[in-house]
Design a protein. Structure first.
Length: 250
């Protein structure tokens, strides 16, 4: 006689939904955090290298434009002349080498390239690594806007590079004509004033442009030590020592 009870069905285990356990999730997060910590310095180094290359390229373009201007005018762009006589260009202090336009004197330094359209891309006047207010392209857009950011005493445009900063102890520029522009002398550079105003302080080093229009990056802890220990903007001898280091003359 057969039982009326239904036959028993085989037991099937209930499957667990796919997913991570808390421990597995923590392990994954830890691995990702480790990879990020390893990659960030490398990415920062790549970015820094790219900015240095762009900086050198900027100076090279400035050099080509300045030399072309000098060929056409027999003199390099100037900041101020005595009695309007060419060959009497003089810097009051080294920092004046970064002026591009001044509300009293109009064009200064590389600013003279603007009316003749010698330099068509204004962004090459600003170092990508130097983001201090008043020294970036965005501070003067739409270009050129000769209005300094708030807090600056004089109205005008300051760019992210020095142009023709070499002078004697009285501030008379040593490079005024093409004949003065010996290839070893610096005709342009990253701003050279204080450690906090150093665009590539992580190396430390400066992009420099020479009188023949060539440009390169120079590592120089010695230059950094000079500006760290001396107010070079008030000491022409110390400032020229810093340039000598970058030119390899010390």
């Amino acid at each position: 006689m057969r039982s009326s009870a239904s036959p028993s069905r085989p037991h099937r285990p209930v499957s667990r939904a796919a997913g991570f356990t808390l421990i597995e999730l923590l392990v994954v997060i830890s691995i990702i955090a480790l990879l990020i910590s390893l990659l960030l310095p490398a990415l920062a180094s790549v970015r820094s290298t790219a900015e240095r290359l762009q900086c050198v390229s900027n100076l090279r373009q400035q050099g080509i434009a300045a030399v072309t201007y000098a060929h056409d005018h027999n003199w390099f762009p100037y900041i101020r002349l005595s009695n309007d006589q060419m060959g009497t260009d003089r810097l009051g202090r080294p920092h004046q080498a970064y002026w591009w336009y001044h509300h009293r004197d109009e064009w200064r330094n590389l600013g003279h390239l603007h009316p003749g359209d010698y330099l068509q891309e204004p962004k090459v006047l600003f170092c990508p690594s130097f983001t201090t207010e008043g020294f970036t392209f965005d501070d003067y857009t739409p270009w050129p806007t000769p209005q300094s950011p708030p807090g600056f005493g004089d109205t005008g445009i300051r760019v992210g590079y020095f142009f023709n900063p070499r002078a004697d102890n009285s501030g008379n520029r040593l490079i005024q004509r093409l004949d003065d522009a010996r290839s070893g002398r610096i005709l342009g550079s990253d701003i050279l004033l204080t450690p906090s105003a150093t665009a590539h302080a992580e190396r430390p080093g400066w992009s420099v442009m020479h009188g023949d229009g060539s440009a390169r990056f120079v590592d120089s802890q010695e230059t950094f030590d000079i500006i760290d220990s001396t107010n070079v903007d008030r000491n022409w001898a110390a400032f020229n020592d810093a340039l000598d280091e970058l030119e390899g003359r010390r």
